[in-house]
Design a protein around this ligand. Structure first.
Ligand SMILES: Cc1cc2nc3c(=O)[nH]c(=O)nc-3n(C[C@H](O)[C@H](O)[C@H](O)COP(=O)(O)O)c2cc1C
Length: 395
């Protein structure tokens, strides 16, 4: 995802500066070239030698003893993206007002590449209207921001201001290297995971879905600026804090949540592996051991079919089909029967893996995508955005 990408990491004087060491390490391991600029205050928290040892690249701390003649320009020109992690209230304020009084702030001024700020600070600092106004101003100018997380802060307060997970920062970097906030203003509804149908208080029927593809789509859409509603059952990964998510257990619960949110959705991705059958008479007490047990099953509601029926001309509905045979034929049948705009079909053997192989089918569209689920998620969104005109014209 980041192989051979040139990442300029700016470290400022926040308590979370030590967490950026792990970020630098992860980026380097992924094959990115990472050069680091540290502010004078950042050097109070972590030694430059730590970043140098981890990235095997220069760490620059001063504007006037830099190796290159005009280091702030050469670094700004060298980078594919600049990432300020952690970003203090100070660097955000300086950038918002065009102040360039040290190497990092001057390099940001000279940059034409994407700049991502990862703010981390005390909750009162973060909520200070001046900081918020600066973030709003810079966002409108095209600078990217991640939201800090809630939790116990190093200063002892509980609140919003924590440095986010480095894995999430990496997803943001990978996105902004290539994409912008091209889904801003769009509502995206995504379902994911494996539902559970109760047999008795101890036992249930489920399936092998891990929800990874749905989460990858939710992440990609969120980072590209959409408001994402993530309605999920059981999934194998931690859901990022920034995601507006609802947990459902059974197919019935998922049906109710999805129907409620569907009318506001511009693009809906139904990746959840929802049970087709549920026990007709779930037992309130644990069923006792016996030689045989015949379980009567009844059909659950077909959520996708229902959404297809309710779809308005402005909505886009994308179904997913995991098949073990006749992938294309079965997917084409499903697209017609359920009135979908697109279907993403894959072989069952990719379930649970980080890589996938998906066949995207739509009107006049047949595209095979192979790779990491997050990259594939972005490509699916690209296909949909490109086809939107076509879909609109047809309506
Ligand atoms: C122990 C300590 C922890 C600090 N943590 C933060 C922090 O997490 N976020 C922040 O915005 N400022 C924090 N500050 C304040 C900044 O260090 C201060 O605003 C400084 O001027 C930032 O300089 P820089 O942006 O050039 O690195 C902290 C200061 C101290 C002494």
């Amino acid at each position: 995802m980041l192989k051979n990408k040139k990442i300029l990491l700016g470290i400022t004087g926040g308590i979370a500066a030590y967490k950026a060491v792990d970020l630098a390490g992860k980026l380097t391991k992924m094959g990115a070239e990472v050069k680091t600029i540290m502010t004078a205050h950042a050097c109070e928290f972590v030694s430059p030698i730590t970043f140098k040892s981890i990235t095997h690249q220069p760490v620059i701390t001063k504007m006037f003893d830099a190796e290159a003649d005009i280091e702030h320009i050469s670094l700004a020109d060298w980078a594919d993206i600049i990432v300020i992690a952690p970003a203090t209230a100070n660097i955000i304020g300086k950038t918002a007002y065009g102040i360039a009084d040290d190497l990092l702030s001057t390099t940001i001024m000279a940059a034409t590449v994407p700049v991502l700020f990862v703010p981390a600070m005390n909750v009162h600092m973060y909520e200070n209207p001046i900081v918020q106004e600066n973030i709003t101003k810079l966002s409108a100018l095209g600078y990217f921001f991640m939201e800090p997380e809630f939790g116990k802060l190093a200063c002892g307060y509980d609140g919003k201001g924590r440095y986010p997970e480095n894995e999430e920062i990496i997803f943001h970097i990978a996105t902004y290297l290539k994409y912008s906030k091209d889904l801003s203003g769009k509502n995206v509804l995504i379902t994911a995971g494996a539902s559970r149908e109760e047999i008795d208080p101890m036992r249930f029927i489920t399936n092998y879905s891990t929800g990874k593809m749905g989460l990858a789509l939710a992440r990609a859409a969120h980072i590209r600026g959409a408001h994402v509603k993530f309605i999920h059952s059981f999934i194998s990964e931690k859901i990022p804090e920034y995601m507006d998510s609802i947990k459902t257990v059974s197919a019935e619960e998922m049906y109710n949540s999805v129907i409620q949110d569907y009318k506001d959705s511009d693009i809906t991705f139904m990746t959840a592996a929802v049970a087709d059958f549920t026990p007709a008479n779930p037992s309130k007490q644990k069923i006792k051991k016996s030689n045989d047990l015949n379980l009567e099953l009844k059909r659950t509601k077909d959520i996708l079919m229902e959404l297809g029926e309710r779809k308005t001309k402005d909505q886009i509905l994308v179904g997913f089909a995991a098949e073990s045979e006749n992938i294309k034929e079965n997917a084409l049948q499903k697209i017609r029967k359920k009135k979908l705009n697109f279907i993403c079909a894959n072989n069952l053997n990719v379930a649970g893996k980080n890589d996938t192989e998906i066949l995207v089918l739509g009107e006049g569209i047949e595209i095979k995508l192979i790779g990491n689920k997050f990259s594939v998620a972005h490509q699916i969104i690209d296909i949909i955005l490109k086809s939107t005109d076509k879909i609109d014209k047809k309506k």
